[in-house]
Design a protein around this ligand. Structure first.
Ligand code: PLP
Length: 434
């Protein structure tokens, strides 16, 4: 598959280059030159196919012959080798639980696919590769786990000191081996700025082979389609009508993957972009005016994004036809107070524990089904409640049990290097590592 840069359509690259580079010139996002269609017989009969077969058929056209089929099959099997159940909460709303992977957030799926593709493409390099990533919490852990113990690859993660949750911090700092964590006396934006500076620093690039594991990488974005198919496989077993799918959205990569799958033939009634108070896109969908705003801090902090980078891909899918976009996607903005109330209500009424991101989605889908009483659907449950214990415990008064997979990790020692938000300090560390 060939991909073009949305900012410079003349820049066209293959899957390998798009995966290694992450983004194109002028920070443009790559987009596939063709949207491959699903075969009707396949997409209408998903329950007849194994999960691995579904994942393989979903991804193979995007990789093309750049990775042998047998290896793509191994990669997708590894990508989804944990359960992704669709659970009914009430008559109208189910939840697709995407948080049973190693770091308990949906980002595991994209990160596992991307890290395996990168490892495949880099295996013949004689230089050691350094994956450099800035994280506000979930991305770094998912990337670290994806590359854990991969020969020839070092991962360096920058995160803002005291601004990630305890579970997230252990996932970044306690693995050891080829994973190093740097805690920065500063904000996530400081971390991201330093990473960008490293990518353009001549001395670093002369000494190290740096790769990004950036969230807009096509190898992280595209595999997110897989679980929409796996959800439909489960949905079709008990429902005749097509589902409304509600996605808690920040950078809009997740919902964009679902919309892409829909354009390839996946039967979906409607999409809902559920946002917190960072509402650039819900207000665009109402007013057709696209105004990016400053980020405000909320309980669902992985969605605190004022300028969602993947939205340009959604506009591209719809060929900038606002009416079509509006007919397919609705937006809702949910505040923290409503989010907490939903966590309390859903726990009291149905005994189901939501975390803040999924609660934003639940609230949005509930509003939509009240306005459209003949519709039903599911939300994407993007994180395990244990990753956001403060909000969940406040809303439910229950103490959240640590899943068994985390007990060992929480007992491990945190290992980090602490630096100021000063690029020279980062540079010295990176050059010393070499
Ligand atoms: C990253 C993240 C989101 C937002 O996903 P996007 O693809 O950026 O829209 C939602 N929930 C959780 C828990 C996340 O980590």
């Amino acid at each position: 598959m060939i991909y073009y840069n949305l900012k410079d359509k003349k820049e066209q690259v293959d899957f390998k280059t798009a995966t290694i580079k992450g983004q194109g010139n002028e920070k443009g996002l790559f987009f596939p030159t063709k949207i491959p269609q699903f075969e009707k017989d396949f997409i209408e009969n998903l329950p007849q196919f194994s999960d691995e077969e579904i994942a393989f058929r979903c991804m193979k056209d995007f990789v093309g012959d750049e990775i042998p089929e047998s290896i793509i099959k191994e990669i997708v099997s590894q990508t989804i080798n944990f359960e992704i159940p669709l659970k009914k909460i009430n008559d109208k709303i189910s939840v697709l639980e995407l948080f049973h992977g190693p770091t308990l957030a949906f980002k595991d799926i994209g990160a596992r696919f991307m890290s395996q593709c990168l490892s495949y493409f880099l295996k013949d390099e004689d230089k050691k590769v350094t994956v450099l990533v800035a994280t506000s919490g979930d991305t770094g852990g998912a990337v670290a786990h994806g590359f854990y113990k991969t020969p020839g690859v070092n991962v360096v993660i920058l995160y803002p000191k005291n601004r990630v949750s305890p579970v997230q911090e252990k996932q970044l700092t306690a693995l050891g081996e080829n994973i190093s964590a740097i805690e920065v006396n500063g904000t996530f934006d400081d971390c991201q700025t330093m990473v960008k500076q490293a990518f353009s620093d001549q001395e670093i690039n002369a000494n190290l082979f740096l790769t990004s594991a950036n969230s807009i990488n096509v190898a992280r974005w595209l595999p997110q389609q897989i679980y929409y198919l796996l959800a439909l496989k489960q949905w079709q077993k008990t429902n005749n009508e097509n589902p409304v799918i509600c996605v808690p959205s920040g950078n809009f990569g997740n919902i964009c993957a679902g919309i892409l799958a829909h354009f390839r033939g996946l039967p979906v009634e409607h999409f809902i972009a559920a946002c917190n108070e960072n509402d650039s896109i819900p207000s665009y969908l109402k007013t057709q005016k696209l105004e990016y705003k400053n980020t405000v801090a909320t309980l669902s902090n992985a969605m605190d994004v004022g300028h969602p980078s993947n939205f340009v891909r959604i506009l591209e899918i719809f060929e900038n036809q606002f009416e079509n976009l509006k007919n397919t996607v609705s937006g809702y903005s949910i505040n923290d107070e409503q989010t907490l109330k939903t966590i309390t209500d859903v726990y009291t009424k149905y005994g189901y524990t939501l975390e803040p991101h999924s609660a934003v989605a639940f609230t949005a889908l509930e509003k939509f089904t009240e306005e459209n009483p003949d519709k039903k659907g599911f939300i994407l449950g993007t994180a395990h409640p244990v990753k956001f214990p403060d909000a969940v415990e406040k809303a439910t008064n229950i103490k959240i049990e640590l899943p068994e997979s985390l007990v060992d990790l929480m007992n491990k020692e945190k290992k980090t290097v602490e630096i100021n938000a000063d690029f020279e300090e980062l540079k010295r560390i990176l050059l010393d590592k070499n």
